[in-house]
Design a protein around this ligand. Structure first.
Ligand SMILES: CC(C)(COP(=O)(O)OP(=O)(O)OC[C@H]1O[C@@H](n2cnc3c(N)ncnc32)[C@H](O)[C@@H]1OP(=O)(O)O)[C@@H](O)C(=O)NCCC(=O)NCCS
Length: 166
């Protein structure tokens, strides 16, 4: 049985991260906002990792990857825009299409919640998800997030806001 683990992003993840993002580009772009095309190169991903790690160093961001037992990156999850005034942050995650439906996003989101609570002492997490992204909504609800009923509109493309009090 393949096992998966969640760990922090590191600067040596360049090749594995680029491969993961290129492999899943179309899949991600069908669910979430597309990245700048410049991202999809060694330089683009190197700058991306550097920026995430700098934000981690100042406590604004906590980036993770999910890897399989062959050390291949099969998912990502981030605590974003950590705000110590409001004790809140945003969550984001993306999973390789080849391993979806096996509970990886749920595992990753639980990890983010645990880190938010234990390491960063946050009391609220927020997620934004497109109205038609049924898989992601299921993950959020399973982890205790509640939909802000006044948000989200499939016609206008407005994202649904989900909140978790921790
Ligand atoms: C959304 C996403 C993160 C889910 O990852 P995952 O590892 O498959 O998630 P999990 O396996 O933990 O749970 C997904 C659940 O949603 C269900 N699901 C998936 N697609 C669905 C759909 N279209 N309609 C209804 N349920 C759906 C799965 O069956 C599963 O439920 P189950 O465990 O009861 O069978 C993944 O599809 C993905 O990366 N999508 C592209 C990027 C993205 O949308 N990120 C989230 C932005 S908010």
């Amino acid at each position: 049985m393949i096992s998966f683990s969640v760990r922090e992003l590191k600067s040596s993840d360049l090749d594995a991260l680029l491969a993961f993002e290129v492999r899943n580009r179309e899949w991600f772009e069908s669910h979430i906002d597309a990245r700048d095309p410049c991202f999809y190169s060694e330089l683009g991903v190197a700058e991306h990792i550097e920026s995430y790690l700098s934000d981690f160093a100042v406590g604004a961001w906590h980036p993770f990857v999910i890897e399989d037992s062959n050390s291949e990156i099969v998912g990502r999850a981030n605590l974003k825009s950590i705000d110590f005034t409001t004790k809140s942050a945003q969550v984001g995650y993306r999973i390789d299409q080849r391993v979806c439906g096996q509970g990886l996003a749920t595992q990753a989101l639980k990890h983010l919640i645990q880190e938010a609570q234990a390491r960063w002492k946050l009391t609220q997490l927020v997620a934004y998800v497109f109205a038609q992204n049924a898989g992601s909504k299921k993950v959020l609800e399973r982890c205790g997030f509640l939909a802000d009923q006044s948000s989200g509109n499939e016609d206008t493309g407005e994202e649904c806001r989900y909140v978790l009090s921790i």
